[in-house]
Design a protein around this ligand. Structure first.
Ligand SMILES: *Cc1c(COP(=O)(O)O)cnc(C)c1O
Length: 369
């Protein structure tokens, strides 16, 4: 039986990529904002409909650097959620800030705006919500709360590339949004990421910070690091962007095949994109809630047949070993997130996943003895 992984990277044809990188053999300019980098940045600003995009070597550093660029005092508190990838919480902590974990909504697993204000203290400086699985946060209520309390909002939009909410691009909410272009994401540059925002002052600052803080030929103005996107990464992005709408359409067809088989089954909960969202079909989360098999039993049944699903997100970041000593840690403080972390499985999903394979997967879930 052929193995099926949870995801598979989108790639252009070999010839298309070779054509794109040919010019690098002439220019001998491989990184530090070359022609490919400049073109991809422009194309992304157009596609995402944002004022500015600053490209990074990966999404995690993009988030870490934009938080750093905000200049928060060390020890300040940042309200976020634990139902996310490790990166979100790490980016906060690695900036010397304290993550305060808010619970998530039952309907789409994003931060519950009704529970944010109770967590705000005089040390709170920012909110870092996550558009989980490409499901958009309640951006309007989050903006209201942030304005009222003078907080910055930085979205982890790693899952939300290409998503539109009420007609507005996911890149246009809050003070900044981070996207990941990792190989496993809907749009990839092999490794890569970006921060999108409208504040002109942030452009130079982020570009300096990701290049060792150098502000000029003989000047270093920031404590920076190295987080630049290379020309080969940017070239992959330029190629992949050409095929993106096709890829999303194919993903949608796969998701609909899954929905057709699993929707309405007792004990199986699916999360349909709501009518106000133009989705990117990044993930296929399925919640096994009092189904005849537990989430772990479904995971094992699929594994036995060479099919990899993912317990995503499990464990919650507020129960990671490295955060156990934080006074804000503990999955019991976020019961809704905890409930889903124990029951959710993301099923294999990528543009070229065949309908036969989807049928094989749903057949195992529905008919495993
Ligand atoms: C992928 C991901 C990141 C990190 O992005 P990388 O490009 O892999 O560094 C951050 N947050 C979330 C929610 C992600 O899924």
């Amino acid at each position: 039986m052929e193995k099926i992984l949870v995801t598979r990277s989108s790639m252009p044809s070999f010839e298309e990529y070779c054509e794109e990188i040919k010019k690098l053999w002439d220019s001998r300019w491989l990184t530090n904002g070359g022609v490919e980098h400049i073109e991809l940045q422009k194309k992304l600003e157009e596609y995402l409909g944002c004022e500015h995009a600053v490209l990074f070597t990966n999404g995690h550093l993009a988030l870490e650097y934009v938080i750093a660029a905000m200049g928060f005092e060390r020890g300040s508190e940042v309200i976020t959620t634990p139902f996310t990838f490790a990166s979100t919480t790490h980016a906060i902590v690695r900036n010397g800030l304290v993550p305060v974990f808010c619970d998530v909504r039952e309907d789409n697993y994003t931060i519950d705006p009704g529970k944010i204000e109770a967590l705000i203290t005089e040390k709170t400086v920012a909110l870092v919500p996550v558009h989980v699985y490409g499901n958009m946060c309640d951006t309007a209520r989050i903006a209201e709360i942030a304005n009222k309390h003078g907080l910055k909002v930085i979205y982890d939009a790693a899952h939300a590339f290409g998503v539109k909410y009420r007609g507005v691009s996911s890149a246009c909410f809050g003070d900044a949004s981070m996207f990941s272009f990792h190989a496993t994401k809907v749009f990839n540059t092999i490794e890569g990421g970006a921060v999108c925002f409208s504040d002109d002052a942030l452009v130079d600052k982020l570009n300096c910070m990701k290049n060792f803080g150098q502000t000029g030929v003989d000047a270093v103005g920031f404590v920076g690091g190295n987080a630049k996107m290379s020309e080969f990464q940017a070239a992959m992005g330029i190629c992949n962007l050409r095929h993106l709408s096709d890829e999303i359409a194919k993903r949608k067809a796969v998701v609909e095949r899954y929905f057709a088989a699993l929707d309405g089954v007792n004990g199986i909960k699916l999360c349909r994109p709501d009518a106000s969202t133009e989705h990117n079909y990044a993930y296929l989360p399925v919640v096994f809630d009092a189904y005849r098999l537990s989430r772990d039993e479904v995971f094992d049944a699929l594994s036995e047949q060479g099919i990899t699903a993912r317990k995503y997100f499990y464990p919650l970041t507020n129960s990671f070993e490295c955060y156990r000593d934080l006074p804000t840690a503990g999955a019991d403080k976020t019961p809704v997130a905890s409930y889903y972390a124990d029951r959710v499985l993301t099923l294999p999903l990528y543009a070229d996943l065949s309908m036969d394979d989807v049928d094989r997967i749903t057949d195992i879930i529905l008919n495993k003895e």
